[in-house]
Structure formats: C-alpha cells, structure tokens
Unconditional design. Structure first.
Length: 797
C-alpha cells in the first residue's frame, strides 16, 4: 500500500491523538515513535493477511528457520524502507519540523542474539520476504535481550537489557495459537490400538504462547512471520503455582538469552529453552499442515515443509518430529524417519570444540523422558545400520549417544538431508577435519552456503549518501538487483566519483566523531584513518593482535617515528563468564587511557572502545570505517559477516585468509585487500606438530619483545594484572591462537595500509572495487541458494 505525504501526516496526527491525546507539536519523541510505528502497522497489515491467505491458497512449500537467536536490531526504518515509504515519510516529517533519525532512536534494539549467528538468522528473514519466498522464523521471545555493556574503571559490567519494558510495537500475540509443551515425569510404553503408545506419569506442561513479528519484504508485498514463543502457565494448571514466585519460575524459561556463543552455562535451563521452542514450533507447523492446509497424509509433509536447524541448539527437532509422527500420528518408525530426514537440514556455524553441544543423558532423561527414549532408539538403529560396514571406531565416534552424553551435532547430521558450512574454507574444514567421518559416511549431504548480509540495512539504511551515489552512477536498480553494483567499476577512473566516495566517507566519519565526542568525551579527527574492529570479544578473533599493533604505534610515535593519524575503534562484548575476554577489554581500555591522554604524541593516535556494541551501534560505525580488521587465527572464524558489511561501505580489509575473508580476497583481488598471516596449512602444522614456541620468537625479535613487555613493565599500570594475563598467554608454548606468530606479518600489512593511505585517489579506487564486489555477499543470493539446493522452495506468485 502506498501513501502520500498528506495522508501520512493525517494518519500520524490521528494516531497521536487517539493514543496519547497530543498533537505533533507537543508529542515527545517516544510518542512519535509509537504513533509512527502504528501508522506503519496499518500500512503492512493488509499485506500480512494476504500473504497468509496466499500461502494457504497456493500451498507452496515453506521453510521454518529454527534458531535460538534472532538479532534484527531495530525495525522502524527497515519497515519504512521495505514498504517503500522511506522517502515520503522522511520528507513529511521534515515538513513537520521533525527528523526521522531522532524518532527512530527511540526504538529499543531487539538484541535476541549474541552475534553473527543471530544476525544471520535475522538477515535471512528479511531476504526471504524480499525475494518472494515464504519463510518463517521460529525462536524465543526473551524478556531480556543480550546484556547492556557498560565500562566501569575500564572493566566490562553487564546490565539487564529490558527491551520489552517500553513495549514491542511490532509483535502480535496470538493466544489462540498457543500449544502445550510437556516436561518431566515418567513415560511407559503401552500397547493400545495396535500401537506402542507412551503413557505419561507426572511431569508438567508449559503453555507456549506465540508472538508474531511481521517481516516486511522489500517492495514485494510479501509480509512473512517471525514467530517467537513465550512461556506461560496453562490455565488448567494455575492451581499448582499458587505464589508469584512459583509463577516466575515457570515464566523464567524465556527470561534470558544465554550471553555466550561459544560455551554453555545454566545448562538445565538452556536445555529447557531448546526443547520448548522446538516442540512449540513443530506442533504449530503440524497443526497448520493438518488444519489450514487440510492435509492428512504425513508422508507428504516434505512437499510442504522444510525445517532448518540453525546450529545445534534446535537439533532436538529431529527427535521431536519423530515423536509427533510416531506417537501422535501413528506413522511407522521407518516411514517417520524418512519423512524427518527429508524435512530437516542443518547449518554448522563454528569449528570451536567448546561450542559443540552435548547433553548429559541423566539430565535429558529427567527433563525429557520421551525424547531421550526416541534419541536412544535413533542411536540404536544408527549403530545397527553401520555394524559390519564400517570400522567400529567410526561408529563410536559418530553415534549420537556416547560417553554418557547426547551429541547434538551428531543428532542433527544423522537426522538431516543437508549439512552446510558458511564459507568454503569452513565447509572444507568440516569435511576434512571436524566432521571428517560423517563426510565419509554421507558425502552427498555436505554443501557450502557462504553467508551474506542485507545490503538494504547496511547500505540503504545505514549509508544513504553512498546509496545515492550508487543511484547516480549505476542507476537505482542495484537496490533490487545487486549485480548492478558491479557497474560501479566503470567509474574506476572517474575523478568525480572517486572524490565523492572520499567526501561521503569523510561526512560519515564526521558524524561518528560527533557521536564519539558525545558518548566518550574524546575528540577524534575525522581526517584520520578510522580503523575498526567490531565483533564479539574472543581470543580467536584476536583483538589482542590489534592491541599489540596499537602499542607498537604508540612506541614509534614516542620515539619520533611518524605515522599517519589513526583512530582505532573497537566494539565488542565479552561473555560474562569469559574472564580472558574481559581481561582484554580492561587492558585495551587502560592502554587507550594512557594513549589518549599523552600530549606528547599530538593526538596522532586515539583508541576508542565504544560501549555496548549492537546492531544499532554497528549502523553508526560501519559507514565511517576506513579499515576493516578481520584478523582471526586462520581456520577459526567460520565466515564472519562484519567483513562483508564493512567492505560494502568502502572500508579496506586487513585480513588473515580465514572464513569469508578468503572469498572477499578473491572477489576484490589481491591489490584491493591487505592479506597477512599464517595460512591454514601452516596453522595445522603447528597444531599437529606441537612445535609453536612463541618465547623463541619473542626473544629473537626486539620490536616484538618491547611491544609485549609494555603489558608488564608498568606502562599501563592500571591494568597490571590483566596485562600479565595477556603477556603470559602470548608466550605460552603452543598457544592456540598464534598471536605472536602473526605479529610481524601483521605489522607489514599495516605498513602497507599507511603507504596506501597517502594516495587518497588510489584509496578511493580500492574502496570502489570493494563496494562493487560486496554484492557477492548479498544475503538475498545466499537464501536463494538455500531455497534451491536445500529447502526446495518456489517463490510465491
Ligand atoms: C561464526 O563464529 C559466522 C556466524 C554466522 C558464528 C561466524 O564466523 O559468521 O556464526 N558462529 O554464520 C557462532 O556464533 C556459535 O557459533
């Protein structure tokens, strides 16, 4: 539905009046946000309803993306853009003396995810709707999102992120679509009507209530649904929870998102969360299949439904679908298994061993007795099917139940027809190292699907100026057909375009500089190199290597060795229980303090660690970046996606040949990226031979020694203890992240960056090539590949 400026103004006034009894002039920004989002809701509501009717009518296959994390950020501007209202509304607001950005800033950031994995899930939602596919999200409506990060004396402090406090304006609660999820008790199998039927004794049910969030497609008229589940006490069981405390215990199931994307804490609650949203999701899918689509043959389920297991957290979907098919719909085990494997597909997002989920059998038996029985049976049949055919060791390594644990990745792989990694190198490592034995058993299941980003959010919304330049140079079509962005290369020698690229970058940097001033009090020079590392704080991502480079630059400047002006900008949250990562934050903050206050270096180097990195902050930083730091230990970063967002905004990447950096290097060519560091074979050589001796390197390299010693020689005395922790970690024999091994070559890469910086025209040319080729990482194309190769979807008419 389109809207004129005048219609919009009238609608806005009406909403302000009916909701708050104020007029535009007297409305607060919060009230304006609320009214504006309501006008938008009216705008897309008909499309949302029609999409559902069409879905049921056309009966096309749908994908359900099961993910324990979704990280959409804010939705106001994205809904405006996708609905085609952005320009009209911006200009109408301007007429009224208002600014869209100020109003949009009132929306809480929907941070129901930790990092790349959750952000990817949200990007896929947007891309599915924007390319015409029916794709549904299935997740958890956490009451508290990822913690709010503050720095106190340089330390990270975590505060609750009560994002729902001010109401989520997009969600619609659909109480009538609630389902019950059962936990605990005992299960006996009894013969009933010729069927082994489970008889449940004891235990309890929790009511899963869906909150639907619309996913508005970009100019497609399609509005898909992201369904997030909340936990309530079923009316019939209220009597069992007489006190507020009792109630809270149940409702706590969906209270918190686990703030850790690499290891697991609060295990029992986490397991409950996993089963809760998986069971609720599958029950509602089958209800839709039977009631709305009026299908009664479960054998046809794979023609209508694809369920995607995003990392192992929803892997129980395999067992839960078996339970539903066998127990509730009386499908033969073998038939049910065929259906299940055809329906399920799985993405692995990391090779980090600590993220490989396993659940204790006893815990699982107590909490989910029927699921444990089913998993045991799947495992038993798996072992039988391979006995005598492959080595016993292979069976033991790959079976689902072993060493007292249920291996969730094994369940996901065995129960899915497709297993994919998220960049070619990552998929290759899955096939040859991490999941080698599975690859040999099921080579046809493995495939690669390189990650992508939504250019709508990261260019159109976050960088309107660069978007306009693209409009002027390649035409507006790039907004729907990103391949057109490649035409930008025709302007490689166009002095005017190159100048504009630099001007736009400078304007974005000025804006960020203002934000930095406002939030940290520190003045930064927008003409300096803005050198950006934004991602979760983790040893493998090596914010530590950046830190060593900063110290080296500082020493140089103090010793009269000149460098171009540079502002290093970090954004990163550390998992609350990850002490090493928190130590890194403290050290960076104290190093920053010393450097930022040292008048002797004349402001040539500034180090800014911005608090509370989230999608909203990313939208401010990314358009202003000159340099993108992608410096993980080769083999450790499955893909990375900030690398893609930064290149799309014209930042030049300094990178190891890890994750999707490899593909970025291929796309832009060696001249337009700064590659350094050990390659995968060298890394594995160290790991296999156990002969990495950083202390020898340190002793024989004076620059390295001076740089590392600064951590313990009193230079940064406020982080003496944490500095010692880092120092010791770097020098430890066979240190896993090979920080010092890459130090020298990282310095070389940085030197090259400085040399290139002096030639602003050629810098702009490199930026231009990066912007043009970022289209290869358009999530719209990524989902098209999933849709075709894995899910078998057809577009809605
Ligand atoms: C990976 O670390 C990747 C995203 C999305 C992360 C990152 O390299 O870009 O997934 N994995 O695929 C993760 O969070 C728990 O695993």
């Amino acid at each position: 539905m389109q809207i004129t400026k005048e219609e919009f103004k009238k609608e806005l006034e009406q909403k302000l009046d009916s909701q708050f009894a104020v007029d535009v002039e007297h409305a607060s920004l919060g009230e304006l946000y609320s009214a504006l989002s309501n006008v938008l809701r009216d705008g897309y509501a008909p499309n949302w309803r029609e999409t559902r009717i069409k879905e049921a009518h056309e009966g096309k296959k749908q994908v359900y993306y099961f993910s324990i994390e979704f990280l959409p950020g804010t939705l106001l501007r994205s809904n405006l853009l996708n609905l085609g209202w952005m320009d009209t509304v911006k200009s109408a607001l301007k007429d009224l003396g208002l600014n869209l950005d100020d109003i949009a800033a009132k929306e809480p950031d929907m941070a129901l995810g930790n990092g790349g994995l959750g952000r990817l899930a949200a990007a896929f939602m947007d891309s599915l709707a924007s390319t015409g596919y029916v794709g549904n999200g299935n997740g958890i409506r956490y009451k508290y999102g990822l913690f709010k990060q503050k720095f106190v004396n340089g330390y990270q402090v975590e505060l609750p992120n009560d994002w729902l406090q001010k109401h989520n304006h997009w969600e619609v609660m659909r109480d009538n679509k609630s389902v019950l999820v059962h936990f605990g008790g005992q299960v006996n199998l009894v013969q009933k009507d010729n069927w082994m039927t489970p008889e449940y004794n004891g235990g309890y049910s929790i009511k899963a209530v869906p909150y639907d969030i619309p996913v508005v497609g970009y100019h497609t008229g399609i509005v898909n649904t992201m369904r997030l589940w909340d936990a309530e006490i079923p009316e019939s069981e209220e009597i069992n929870y007489p006190t507020i405390d009792d109630r809270r215990k149940v409702e706590d199931l969906t209270s918190i998102l686990y703030p850790d994307d690499s290891s697991y804490s609060g295990r029992l609650l986490r397991l409950k969360q996993e089963y809760f949203f998986v069971s609720a999701g599958l029950q509602s899918i089958l209800r839709y299949y039977t009631k709305d689509l009026k299908q009664n043959d479960m054998h046809n389920l794979p023609k209508y439904v694809a369920v995607h297991i995003n990392d192992t957290h929803p892997a129980m979907a395999v067992a839960e679908l078996m339970r539903l098919l066998v127990d509730e719909y009386h499908i033969d085990w073998d038939e049910a298994w065929k259906i299940t494997v055809q329906v399920m597909s799985y993405t692995n997002h990391t090779i980090m061993a600590e993220a490989m989920e396993k659940w204790d059998i006893n815990m699982m038996t107590q909490l989910l007795p029927r699921i444990m029985q089913i998993i045991t049976e799947i495992d038993r049949r798996y072992v039988i099917s391979l006995t005598g055919k492959v080595a016993e060791s292979v069976i033991n390594d790959t079976r689902i139940v072993n060493n007292g644990n249920v291996q969730m990745a094994h369940l996901a792989i065995i129960g899915s027809h497709s297993v994919n990694g998220v960049a070619p190198l990552h998929t290759h490592l899955l096939e040859t190292e991490v999941l080698k034995e599975f690859y040999e058993l099921y080579p046809e299941r493995f495939n690669n699907k390189t990650n992508g980003i939504t250019l709508r959010r990261w260019l159109q919304i976050a960088n309107p100026k660069l978007s306009k330049l693209l409009d002027q140079t390649v035409g507006r079509d790039w907004r729907t057909d990103s391949a057109k962005m490649l035409l930008l290369q025709d302007s490689y020698k166009n002095a005017k375009v190159l100048k504009q690229i630099n001007e736009i970058k400078l304007e974005n940097k000025e804006k960020l500089a203002k934000f930095i001033k406002k939030t940290t009090g520190i003045t930064v020079d927008p003409t300096a190199i803005f050198d950006v590392q934004i991602k979760r704080l983790h040893a493998y991502k090596r914010q530590t290597l950046k830190l060593l480079h900063i110290i080296k630059l500082y020493h140089d400047l103090k010793n009269g060795i000149d460098h171009p002006k540079r502002v290093v900008i970090f954004g990163a949250k550390a998992a609350p229980s990850y002490t090493y990562a928190k130590d890194v934050i403290k050290v960076i903050n104290e190093v920053a303090n010393v450097i930022n206050n040292d008048a002797s270096i004349h402001g040539k180097l500034k180090v800014i660690f911005l608090e509370n990195y989230d999608v909203t902050l990313a939208e401010k930083i990314i358009p202003a970046a000159d340099v993108s730091e992608q410096i993980s230990t080769t083999t450790k970063e499955a893909s990375g996606t900030s690398n893609m967002k930064l290149m799309a905004n014209g930042a030049l990447t300094v990178a190891t040949m890890d994750g999707a950096n490899v593909d970025i290097a291929k796309a832009v060519g060696q001249d337009n990226i700064f590659i350094f560091g050990l390659n995968k074979d060298q890394v594995y050589d160290y790991y296999n031979k156990h002969d990495y001796k950083p202390r020898d390197m340190y002793n024989s390299d004076q620059v390295m020694k001076e740089t590392v010693d600064a951590l313990i020689d009193g230079s940064f005395s406020k982080a003496a203890n944490e500095g010692r922790v880092l120092y010791d970690s770097f020098l430890q024999e066979n240190e896993e992240f090979l920080v010092l091994a890459d130090f020298e070559s990282y310095l070389q890469a940085q030197k090259k960056i400085e040399e290139n910086w002096h030639d602003q025209r050629s810098w702009a040319q490199k930026a231009l090539v990066n912007i043009a080729h970022s289209e290869e990482f358009n999530a719209d194309n990524t989902v098209a590949r999933y849709a075709k190769d894995i899910w078998g979807l057809k577009k809605l008419n």
